[in-house]
Ligand binder design. Structure first.
Ligand SMILES: [Zn+2]
Length: 264
């Protein structure tokens, strides 16, 4: 039985409460995090639709492509600003923690279902196969981030673009609205009832490793495993606090987490 298990047997209301402020910088050429909606705009009114139909009925297929703009995949927006949904950021943190912590259950990673070679190279790993090793006790990642039967102790805001610009990048004939290198986002994580070591876990999940509190490069968004121009970001802490370093060091010492190099 590993030492940390006993620290996770009780939930109580005493603990750290606060806000972790984060900045995220795009360090690859582009970043596209989709909204799941894509737009095909009609760029010419179909005034002559009768004629088009008639042409078709006569057996000639009319060329309608010129009436439509190419497929364009938009980013998410809120009040006019480009955002990365908080749920996407939470997913990023959760996958890394599930892969890093021995015996954590595998809620996200198990369903990721990717067969990408780059993914396997990075994360096929020292980590053993998926297990549910916490029959009576809650796994540390679920205890922090919640699962279907357990409230999360942290909530992630959307990350709002504060600097940079977007470009439309053609990938295989479709256009992806993408934030260019150097673009920056701001967001926060609200936490409550955290043990210091869990604050350390959260920081680790964002790619912080040691007292320098410099985020490592992490992969996120579309094409992150297939096109090197896309999907690399780095988190930083605009207002680092003394307690972060200690929390992180406590976490690393206790959990001895696996680490991954996401540069490929
Ligand atoms: Zn879990």
């Amino acid at each position: 039985m590993q030492r940390f298990h006993t620290q996770y047997t009780e939930r109580n209301s005493i603990g750290l409460e606060g806000v972790l402020e984060l900045e995220m910088e795009v360090v690859s050429d582009y970043l596209h995090v989709g909204s799941g909606v894509y737009d095909v705009e009609i760029i010419k009114p179909l005034e002559n639709i009768d004629q088009l139909v008639e042409t078709a009925l006569k057996g000639t297929i009319p060329d309608v492509n010129k009436y439509f703009s190419p497929v364009t995949h938009e980013m998410n927006r809120y009040l006019g600003k480009v955002i990365i949904p908080g749920s996407t950021i939470k997913g990023l943190v959760r996958t890394r923690l599930e892969l890093s912590i021995r015996d954590a259950c595998f809620i996200v990673s198990r369903n990721s279902n990717t067969s990408s070679a780059a993914y396997k190279r990075i994360f096929r790993n020292p980590r053993p196969r998926p297990t549910d090793r916490f029959p009576q006790r809650v796994c540390p990642v679920c205890d922090l981030l919640g699962n279907s039967g357990l409230a999360s102790k942290v909530s992630f805001s959307d990350f709002i673009m504060t600097q940079g610009k977007v470009d439309y990048v053609n990938v295989n004939g479709q256009y992806y609205e993408s934030c260019v290198k150097g673009s920056r986002f701001r967001g926060k994580v609200l936490y409550r009832s955290l043990k210091p070591i869990e604050l350390g876990m959260l920081l680790y999940g964002f790619g912080f490793r040691d007292k320098k509190l410099e985020g490592k490069v992490m992969l996120i968004g579309r094409f992150k495993y297939s096109d090197r121009r896309f999907g690399r970001v780095r988190f930083s802490l605009p207002s680092p606090k003394q307690e972060y370093v200690k929390a992180l060091e406590d976490f690393v010492r206790t959990f001895k987490p696996f680490d991954y190099n996401e540069e490929w």
